[in-house]
Design a protein around this ligand. Sequence first.
Ligand SMILES: *Cc1c(COP(=O)(O)O)cnc(C)c1O
Ligand code: SF4
Length: 344
Amino acid sequence: MQTPLWQQALSEAFTQPTALLDYLGIERDSISVEFSSEFSMRVPRGFAALMRRGDPEDPLLRQVLPLQDESVHAQGFSRNPVGDLEAHAVPGLLHKYHGRALLITTGACAIHCRYCFRRHYPYENGSATPRQWETLLAYLGEHPTINEVILSGGDPLMLSDEKLGRWMQQLSEIPHLQRLRLHSRLPVVLPERITPELLAHLRENRLKSVLVIHANHPRELSNRVTGKLKALQKAGVLLLNQSVLLRGVNDQTAALVELSERLFEAGVMPYYLHLLDRVEGAAHFEVEQERIRALYSGLLSRLPGYMVPKLVRETAGEASKRPEGFDLTEQTVIHSDACQATSR
Ligand SMILES: *Cc1c(COP(=O)(O)O)cnc(C)c1O
Ligand code: SF4
């Protein structure tokens, strides 16, 4: 069988920092790169093509280039920041929240995000074995309160269409399941992954499908990406986006506003804006509390409410992601003439 185009594109991804810097025309000694990270570099060429040439501060580059900053030990940053290692109900299945079970389908990703909270996660390489999969299905079958399954990882779209199709079919046979959710960065970083076969699997499945993509900066949403998003929407998939608030990447009100606008245009509703999980090696991405407050007030005052992502933090042991609350009394009121009858 022929290798699908997306797998071929994946095999051509940048894995050496020097090759990426050369491609972007950035002087190697203008930036302090970490060459021996245990979490290797991986950047699909299509994603690299969206970076600005010659700019070591480019927000897309910063998400993926290993820097020496990663080896700084910062207080409060750990290898297992959200308690996932303790939460496995059976191997590969996290059942932390009511009604939803999250499956770690594979440890692989198309891109390695330097801020990833699973960067130290002890994944088995490759995907769940057939035997593990049987155990997962049995667990789901025995828990009628679970009505939504989340395929996560790693990245579930790293699995072949054949395997995904088979798994989706088996899940749809569990009568109490209603929704199938996928958490994937591939529609953004490797849009060729959205194949006609995948669209058919999503369209034809009994379960209502939800795809949560992951874009952090408006420039990630190229026309190729938004074209694929439109196709997903046509296949009946509800599209949501989650971002992580990252210093030097999207800690500007204008960038976040534009991200929401572009997502909406492409049929994607902003869902979560995550505060950084305090994972070892990512301290240089943390945004200060005061700045977070200013940024979020900026979003609330500049966007329609439905385009403002929920600002959340994940804390080990809690029953949901925790919405971050702010006192917004200092927010500037621009229009105070809203009609009383319709303002609620
Ligand atoms: C984030 C997460 C979910 C999904 O939470 P939502 O708030 O429904 O998006 C489910 N299970 C686990 C283990 C999670 O980390
Ligand atoms: S795609 Fe998601 S899971 Fe993979 S490295 Fe990036 S943030 Fe982590």
